[in-house]
Design a protein around this ligand. Structure first.
Ligand code: FES
Length: 105
């Protein structure tokens, strides 16, 4: 099963299994990790699942849609490697991906 490593706002690091087809957001919420609020439940309309995707993994996921990019423009602390974790879907190819979770608002 694919793994995702989350670097949390307190500096701790957690690696969890996330099934193929589920998102990086799902992996965080299902394992009760702090920081990813996911208010909209993954429908790409809240931006409370903002993470920084490690640059080494930038091409391992589908690029951001226009909808995701527009939401990220208004996310606090948004930068080039920002993604909405509900849009980062796991596959065998992106196992091992690493994200940094900003402090939740
Ligand atoms: S969970 Fe709302 S945009 Fe990702």
């Amino acid at each position: 099963m694919p793994e995702v490593t989350y670097e949390l706002a307190d500096g701790s690091v957690e690696t969890v299994d996330v099934p193929v087809g589920q998102s990086v957001m799902d992996g965080s919420v299902r394992n009760n990790l702090p920081g990813i609020v996911a208010e909209c439940g993954g429908s790409c309309s809240c931006a409370t699942c903002h993470v920084y995707l490690d640059e080494a993994w930038a091409d391992a996921f589908d690029p951001a849609t226009d909808e995701e990019s527009e939401l990220l423009e208004f996310a606090d602390g948004s930068e080039a490697r920002s993604r909405l974790s509900c849009q980062l879907i796991m596959s065998a190819e992106n196992s091992g991906a690493r994200v940094t979770v900003p402090e939740s608002l």
